[in-house]
Each structure stands twice: as structure tokens, then as C-alpha cells.
Design a protein around this ligand. Sequence first.
Ligand code: NAD
Ligand code: MG
Length: 389
Amino acid sequence: MARPRRLVILGSTGSIGSQVMEVVRRHPGLFRVVGLAANSRFELLARQMAEFRPGLVCVGQGQARGSIARAAAGLRICLAEGGRGLELAAGMPGADMTVNALVGAAGLLPTMAAIRAGRDVALANKESLVAGGELVMRAAGKSGARIIPIDSEHAALHQCLDGRDPRTVRRLILTASGGPFRGRGRSKLLRVTARHAMKHPTWRMGPKITVDSATLMNKGLEVLEARHLFGVPLERIEVVVHPESVIHSMAEFTDGSVLAQLSSPDMRLPIQYALTWPVRRPSLAKPLNFPEIGKLTFHRPDTATFRCLKLAYLAGGIGGSMPAVMNAANEVAVQAFIEGRIGFLRIPEVIVRTMAAVPRTRAATVGDVMAADARARAAARRLLGRVRP
Ligand code: NAD
Ligand code: MG
């Protein structure tokens, strides 16, 4: 048997991170976990440390203390902290692949660190591509690092496009479940709370992406993610609502053929695809039962009600720093919604006003992107003080 693939897992205690662990356990001997990073659920992190004995663990700034510090000392694990620690873990010598399952634009610097170290990246953290996609792809081209998406739509497209001539691709069609509020008009969304938004019909995910799925911003972020991953211009990337979440996305070719990837909605499948690619192995996902599914349906997204999808196309069209600005404003607005400080329909309002307040600049370096991100966060927070709840 070949030697195990050595993994660093950033965001190991989150929704994606803990499913990465399930995939690792499913294939004893195939993987070795050499690095972990998390900044929540420290009891779970301590259990992961004892189970996998990684060489390096990173926690948030100021968190390298208490029971985690004692556990690390007892297991002779190096403990790092904060942004520098994340970059260290991401590019850790001796690893083969970095799994980025962090949430938000905070994932950009670790993605860049992994790529610059020539490390293959299994990427769940879509925000790093939204904010700094051109830089990430250029750095990967330079170092030879490969980026294999974990996001289910992009894992589907990766499978549809694998080995095919990019000039023969006419359209990418991303599917969207439509989220918990599909079919509701604006008047029915005035009073919805974070608790309502957390009831996603087909997926169980972390809080930020669950709200993004309810606003359709998740699909907007995914359109921008697809553009960078697959080098297809925005005008040739479309979104279709498909509530059954059986088709995970489709690629149409110049001859009119459409290839789709279908499977039960279970993130452990795209996670495993990224971790074992180009090899396929048995997975934990349940096989599809077509007679039980009965029918698959498709609708146009309601972008008049769910404005975030259009805002993502708009930001992508403006280019430069604007996608980073939009993404940062969304992160601030979603957090305020989760904390009950603003209503659901204020999320796109905060984003659009932030985009108007923070001018587009160039995004030629990671420093440019992070500066735009910081300006947008500050502007969005100022706006939050002013919008009606
Ligand atoms: P989550 O909130 O459940 O988990 C985030 C993880 O990152 C946690 O372990 C948290 O402790 C860690 N983290 C956050 N800040 C950190 C820091 N400063 N230092 C170290 N660790 C830190 O999020 P999630 O739902 O797992 O999503 C992760 C990413 O994957 C997001 O970009 C999301 O859009 C994407 N994604 C998620 C799903 C899903 O099913 N959950 C599907 C597709 C894509
Ligand atoms: Mg997705």
C-alpha cells in the first residue's frame, strides 16, 4: 500500500471539518492527520488531538492556554496561535494536502500560504476565492499546487469538466436548493429570524453558510468561485433552483450536450472526492434511489426577492476589490442577523450600501485585498449603526 496522504485540516471542528474526520476514519491507513486548526468546540479539538496525534495544532489568538495547552503538552504537540499560526499550519513542511474548511475571508491568507508552499489544497473555504480568486489561481499556476474544490457544486463541475477541453464548454449551470425561504415574497420575509433561517431543507451546515443559503448569497459566492476555479466568464455561469438537491451542477458543451453529477446530498462524498482525487473509493454517501426520488424539478431563481445573488454578479462584473468588499459586507451583515441586530431583508441593503461607500481599487496583491476587506467591514459596521432593525 502507498504511504498515507498527510493532511492538514484547517477548521477541523466545524461542519466540514468534522465530516473530513469521518472520511479519514472511513479509510484506515489512507490518510495521516499531521496538522489541525480550530477556534471553537475545544473539547472536540482535544479529542481529535488525542485520536490523530498531529504534529501541530493551531488555535485562535490568545487561546493557546488552559486544557488545550495541557493536552498539547501531554501529547507533545506543537501549539500555535492566530493568523501566523494558521499560515504556518497551512504550509507545514511534510504535509501533502491542506484542507481549508475555515469560514470567511480569514481563509485567504492560509490558502495562499498553502499554495506558495506548493501544497495541494482541498478547498471548502469559498470566500478565499471570492475575495482573492485571481491571486490564488495565479499563485497556484506558479507553484504547481492543485486546488480541488469541496463545495458540492464545484466538486460536481470538477467531475463534469475533468480532462475536457475548456474551449468546448458553453455554460456552467449551478444548482441551488433555494434554501428554507424558497417561494416566499418580501412581505413574508420581514419577520423571519436566524432560528427560521437555520432550518435548511437539505443540508446541515455551519451558521454562516446556512444564512447565506437562505439569502441566496451562497449561490452568488459560488458563481464567483466557479469563475476562478474553471476560468469561465460570469456571463456563461447560470443558476437554476433545484429543490431536490440531487443534481449538484451541470456543464453544457458547444455541441449542446449537458453533463451533470448526481448523488444524495451528503458532503462526505465531495469531501472524499477532493481528498482521494484522482482515485475513487467507496464512500459513506447513500446510493440514489431513483423511483423513490420520482422527479427532479427546476425553477428560475427569484432575484427580485433574494437580491444577494444579483449583487454577487454585480460585484464580479465590477471586479478589482469589489468582490472582496461585497464578501466582507456580507460577513458583517450575516453576523448581525444571527445576533438578532438586523432583519433578514437588511442583509442585501447593508451589502449594497457598503459597495456604494467603498470604491473599487485594484486587487493586485493579497495586501490590496485584505485592505479592501478591512475598509468594507468598517463601512458595514458604521451602516449597521444607522439602518433600521
Ligand atoms: P463552521 O462554522 O461549521 O466551521 C468553521 C471552522 O473554522 C470551525 O472549526 C472554527 O473553529 C474554525 N475557525 C474559524 N476561525 C478560525 C480561526 N481564526 N483559527 C482557527 N480556526 C478557526 O463552518 P462550515 O459550515 O464547516 O463551513 C466552512 C467553509 O466551508 C465555509 O467557507 C463554507 O462556505 C464552506 N462550505 C460548507 C459546507 C457545509 O456543508 N458546511 C458546504 C459547502 C461549503
Ligand atoms: Mg455549495
